[in-house]
Design a protein around this ligand. Structure first.
Ligand SMILES: *Cc1c(COP(=O)(O)O)cnc(C)c1O
Length: 402
């Protein structure tokens, strides 16, 4: 800041800001955004939208811009109907805009859920390892945060889930399926067991809500169910989706939720007025109209994912043992474990490939890119592990000589 008048140029003494004490040691969410040739770290779709998609978005955004002196449709009714129609097509479940909520990414949708159903004196429950943002929504809404556990293969034991729900008595239960960072999808029976256990818990005369986060639903393997099919039977169930992954629109920031009308109405109470800009509504609606060409790329990514799982299963760690590779119904694969996963991550980065150091100790997560990007990843990984093995052998010889 520059000050024109001299007496104002005296140094301003430092002032402590009244940050909430529980935020004092927190750092903002931060997957590294590095300028690297091969970006396989945040589960983005590697294919930019085609020129036909870009043209439709530009047209619709121009139309929205012409009316930008006015606030947007507060309830995004047209977009919510488009999303309902898309989900009806994908799942066969009859839906309309009253059953759908939309916001700036499914992250904001889930914050709305915690704002409406969490809060002081209440608890949100999930099962780890799972999405790292969930505890942040809880923290930001003064909701207590409790995690149960997933099994060694990252599945969820329905008995453990039901027992934990009865013990913890949460008002919100978050289940990611397919789960991030593991890729694990939940069978319908497990989701049903969770919904049934929730209906046994009484929170001031109400029942906990169950949110199944299906950010990666479009990548699931054939035969893997969507929890959307269970909505009719469980009025306390909601399913969230996003355009960030399958729709190649992470930059547009559009996530949505499907649930009962009452559930959606509760979220409308806590949203900020005009939370979804006219530009976002226009861009998302335009992208949805190109559903088919975007989904064609999802099939390519699924095939590449399956090939990556097969290839990783053939690889060996420096000590000669095979990798552990988690089953994946998403657009990423969790693999490991490495005694020094940071060294593997760094070795890949040195070769221009950015993946993610996340999940339980020793595991790494790679997002599925284009075939060329995956080839670069495979070559780099082979080289990193070969170098590590040579270093270890040299160390052994060194020790033998000493
Ligand atoms: C990527 C992701 C989302 C999507 O977040 P947006 O805010 O919609 O971009 C939601 N849940 C999980 C588990 C994810 O990995």
């Amino acid at each position: 800041m520059t000050h024109a008048v001299d007496q104002h140029s005296a140094p301003v003494p430092p002032v402590r800001l009244p940050l909430r004490p529980e935020l004092a040691d927190e750092t903002p969410y931060g997957a590294p955004q590095l300028d690297v040739p091969v970006l396989l770290n945040v589960n983005e779709n590697p294919y930019p939208p085609g020129e036909d998609v870009v043209a439709t978005i530009a047209e619709e955004v121009a139309r929205a811009a012409r009316g930008m002196n006015r606030y947007p449709d507060r309830d995004a009714t047209v977009l919510r109907q488009d999303l309902a129609d898309y989900l009806t097509l994908e799942t066969g479940v009859d839906l309309d805009h009253c059953d759908v909520w939309a916001a700036n990414g499914s992250n904001e949708v889930m914050l709305h859920v915690l704002q409406a159903f969490g809060g002081p004196g209440r608890t949100a429950l999930s099962f780890a390892p799972t999405y790292s943002m969930y505890p942040e929504y809880a923290r930001d809404t003064h909701t207590a945060w409790v995690v149960g556990r997933r099994e060694a293969d990252f599945t969820l034991d329905p008995d453990h889930a039901a027992r934990t729900i009865r013990e913890v008595r949460p008002s919100v239960i978050l289940l990611a399926s397919p789960n991030n960072p593991t890729g694990t999808a939940l069978p319908a029976a497990t989701v049903e067991a969770v919904c049934a256990a929730a209906l046994e818990v009484d929170i001031d005369g109400a029942h906990p809500v169950v949110v199944v986060d299906e950010a990666y639903a479009e990548f699931r393997r054939p035969g893997t169910p969507s929890a959307v099919a269970l909505l009719e039977r469980y009025p306390n169930l909601a399913v969230t989706r996003t355009m960030s992954k399958a729709f190649a629109a992470a930059g547009a920031r559009l996530g949505y939720l499907v649930a009962s009308n009452d559930f959606v109405d509760a979220l409308r109470i806590v949203r900020l007025p005009y939370h979804l800009s006219a530009i976002t509504q226009a861009a998302a609606g335009a992208a949805l109209r190109h559903r088919e060409s975007l989904m064609a790329q999802v099939a390519t990514l699924r095939a590449e994912r399956d090939a990556t799982v097969r290839w990783l299963r053939q690889q060996r760690r420096p000590d000669g043992t095979p990798f552990d590779v988690a089953e994946s119904d998403a657009n990423f694969v969790l693999f490991g474990t490495f005694a020094d996963r940071h060294a593997v991550w760094q070795g890949l980065l040195d070769r221009g490939v950015l993946i993610r150091e996340t999940g339980p100790d020793g595991w790494l997560r790679v997002s599925i890119g284009t075939p060329a990007e995956m080839a670069t990843f495979r070559e780099a990984l082979v080289e990193v592990l070969r170098n590590q093995q040579q270093d270890e052998q040299q160390d052994e010889h060194g020790e033998a000589r000493a």
